[in-house]
Design a protein around this ligand. Structure first.
Ligand SMILES: *[C@@H]1O[C@H](CO)[C@@H](O)[C@H](O)[C@H]1NC(C)=O
Ligand SMILES: *[C@@H]1O[C@H](CO)[C@@H](O)[C@H](O)[C@H]1NC(C)=O
Ligand SMILES: *[C@@H]1O[C@H](CO)[C@@H](O)[C@H](O)[C@H]1NC(C)=O
Ligand SMILES: *[C@@H]1O[C@H](CO)[C@@H](O)[C@H](O)[C@H]1NC(C)=O
Length: 647
């Protein structure tokens, strides 16, 4: 850092500057290059900073730092250095900073740093150190920054950090440490950041392990092999703001593990084979901003998991391949949440109130699940959502009004679903046609029925839907018609959604002269079977043939005098849970469907009977005529034979 500052100053090359070196104002010297095999002599006497980079120095010997009585910062990095003389730093006891990163050090003399009572910074990262001698750091009471990462350290003496009462930063990441003795960190009362990531730790088994770290704000323990946490191991870390536990082998986490960290801002638990989480896990953590819980084996999570994290901004609860159910209230206490990702789970259904309270949500990722349907009100309160990703699900249709409240929606992904382009998709298709610009990929294709296959959803228009009943439920007169009873399960869980499954088959005219591409209304046999999640209920099948006027002549059709929409029996439970609710009575749902209109039925029947009767009369009359004719003929023929009288 100081080097950079010095570099900015006017370079002043002193006469005494050694070869391969640059000197700045006689206080900073920088020597670079493989031709340097030893610390150059004849340095400016006022030098406080010496940097040696990419040199060929193998050994730092007893006299290497001679005559550098003002040197404060010494750096010898990126070289083959493998040996340091035990007295190498005895000539420079005033040193504040030593940086020996990226060398080939395997071991250090036990007392090599002993005279450096003013040392504040010691960087030994990216060497090959296998252990830290227990007396090596003894007496470094001013040491603040100790970097030991990326070495081969496999064990730590319990007392190795004793006396480092000024230490604020300790990095032990990227080593081979498999166990930590209980008192290892007992002296580090000023420590703010402790890095233990990428080691081989197996348990954090002692409640007192971090017991004397009252100032700790950052604890990184990710990428270890931890299978077990002591129940109170984090309880004394009242100032902790970031904790990484990802990439371990945790199958469970003790109850209340994170109950005493009111300052927590970030917590990572991803890539642990977690099977369950306790009902009480998170204490009051109002500043929590980032919570990562993915790649676990969780099948569900406690409904109150996020209840204490009211400040959460980003939540990644994704890529949990076994996560099937989310409690309805799970996200209800996250008014500040901006991004929610629950993609790549095994979700099949979502509760209507799932996103009830996410008033600040801007990005919602629901892709790569197995969602089959969504409640029409599910996005209702997401007033500022700008991106919703629903691709790669099992959606066949969506309620037409589902996005009506999402006024600032700018990016919607709907591709790779099983869109079924029958009457039920009418509302969605119209909405998409009017809001096509929000689709991030326009290739939202119908997958069925056959005659609509690979048509973009937004291209469907009135011609595709005019054989459909109007969307509103209220269209059905309640005072007449037949009553169908559908039994629903009283015990259905809170997550019950009504999932209509409609199968449609189409009969093509046999001798049609009309080209198949013309949009003639096909003769559709609709079988709408409505299930209430658990109980299959009622099935009604009706044949309809819309208006004769546009139908090819070969199609048999019921003639319709008026040009109103033809109707057919259909259970419309999918129109919304309210509908069911209104008719729920003692486990039965009454659905009123409209059969033939009574007046028209009468008219049709009357004309039909009249026609039948007329036909019968005509047949009878012609038979009578034939009989009479034959009788006369016979008489004439007999007369002719007997009397030989010509006609
Ligand atoms: C250190 O300085 C002394 C005199 O002050 C001199 O004799 C000696 O050669 C110097 N050593 C180095 C390594 O420069
Ligand atoms: C070195 O420091 C001495 C006093 O300690 C001072 O008199 C002298 O001018 C300095 N030399 C340079 C080149 O800054
Ligand atoms: C050391 O030298 C290498 C190669 O020239 C360079 O990439 C690196 O940034 C240098 N490091 C410092 C601290 O100057
Ligand atoms: C939220 O935190 C408070 C205080 O730590 C605790 O009493 C409460 O049980 C926590 N709630 C949940 C749902 O964990």
């Amino acid at each position: 850092m100081l080097g950079i500052i010095v570099l900015l100053l006017l370079p002043y090359l002193a006469r005494s500057c050694p070869v391969h070196c640059e000197c700045y104002l006689d206080v900073a010297v920088r020597c670079v290059g493989p031709k340097i095999t030893d610390v150059p002599g004849q340095m400016p006497s006022n030098m406080t900073l010496l940097q040696l980079n990419v040199t060929n120095i193998n050994v730092l010997n007893k006299w290497s730092l001679q005559n550098m009585s003002l040197l404060l910062r010494f750096s010898l990095i990126q070289g083959p250095l493998h040996t340091i003389h035990p007295l190498a730093f005895y000539t420079t006891p005033q040193l504040r900073s030593i940086k020996l990163s990226l060398n080939k050090l395997v071991a250090l003399p036990g007392k090599v740093f002993s005279p450096l009572a003013d040392l504040e910074q010691l960087l030994l990262d990216a060497n090959r150190l296998e252990s830290i001698p227990s007396e090596m750091l003894r007496g470094l009471t001013r040491l603040q920054h100790l970097e030991l990462s990326s070495n081969q350290i496999s064990r730590l003496d319990p007392g190795v950090f004793d006396g480092l009462s000024s230490l604020t930063f300790l990095n032990l990441g990227g080593n081979l440490i498999s166990a930590l003795a209980p008192g290892t960190f007992r002296s580090l009362t000023a420590l703010r950041r402790l890095m233990l990531y990428t080691n081989r730790l197996e348990v954090l088994g002692d409640d007192a392990l971090f017991g004397h770290l009252p100032e700790l704000v950052d604890l990184k323990i990710h990428n270890n092999h931890i299978t077990r946490l002591a129940p109170k191991v984090f309880w004394s870390l009242g100032k902790l703001s970031s904790l990484t536990l990802s990439g371990n082998q945790l199958q469970e986490i003790p109850e209340k593990s994170f109950y005493h960290m009111p300052q927590l801002v970030k917590l990572t638990l991803w890539t642990n084979p977690l099977r369950s989480l306790p009902a009480r896990l998170m204490g009051h953590t109002p500043f929590m901003q980032e919570f990562y819980l993915f790649s676990t084996a969780l099948a569900t999570v406690p409904g109150n998991l996020f209840a204490n994290m009211t400040g959460l901004l980003r939540l990644n609860l994704h890529l949990n391949s076994q996560l099937q159910v989310l409690p309805a209230e799970l996200f209800h206490d996250l008014p500040k949440l901006k991004k929610l990702s629950i993609r790549g789970n095994d979700l099949r259904t979502l509760h209507p109130d799932q996103f009830f309270n996410l008033a600040s949500l801007s990005v919602l990722n629901l892709n790569d699940n197995k969602l089959r349907s969504l409640p029409s009100t599910i996005f209702q309160n997401l007033k500022v959502v700008s991106a919703i990703d629903l691709k790669k699900n099992d959606l066949q249709t969506l309620p037409g009004e589902i996005f009506h409240s999402n006024g600032v929606l700018a990016k919607l992904s709907l591709t790779d679903n099983r869109w079924h382009c029958d009457c039920q998709i009418e509302g969605l298709a119209y909405w998409l046609r009017a809001n096509k610009q929000v689709l991030d990929d326009k290739a939202v294709m119908c997958q069925s029925p056959l005659y609509q296959m690979l048509r973009p959803l937004w291209s469907l228009g009135e011609r595709d839907f005019y054989a459909c009943i109007p969307l509103a439920v209220g269209y059905f007169p309640r005072q007449r018609g037949s009553q169908t009873k559908i039994s629903t399960s009283r015990q259905s869980p809170a997550l019950t959604t009504y999932q209509p499954s409609t199968s449609q088959s189409m009969t093509f005219p046999l001798a049609s002269s009309t080209p198949a591409s013309t949009a003639w209304p096909p003769r559709i046999t609709t079988t709408a079977s409505t299930t209430a999640s658990t109980t299959a209920a009622a099935t009604t099948a009706t044949s309809i043939s819309p208006e004769a006027s546009s139908a090819p002549p070969s199609i048999p059709s019921i003639s319709m005098e008026h040009h109103s929409r033809p109707f057919y029996d259909r259970l419309v439970l999918e129109q919304g849970p309210e509908f069911v609710h209104h008719h729920h009575h003692q486990g039965w749902v009454s659905v009123w469907t409209l059969p033939l209109d009574a007046a028209h039925l009468g008219l049709h029947m009357t004309s039909h009977i009249l026609l039948m009767v007329t036909g019968a009369l005509l047949i009878f009359a012609s038979m009578c005529g034939m009989y009479r004719l034959e009788k006369v003929m016979r008489e004439l023929w007999v007369e002719d034979k007997d009397g030989r009288r010509a006609l």
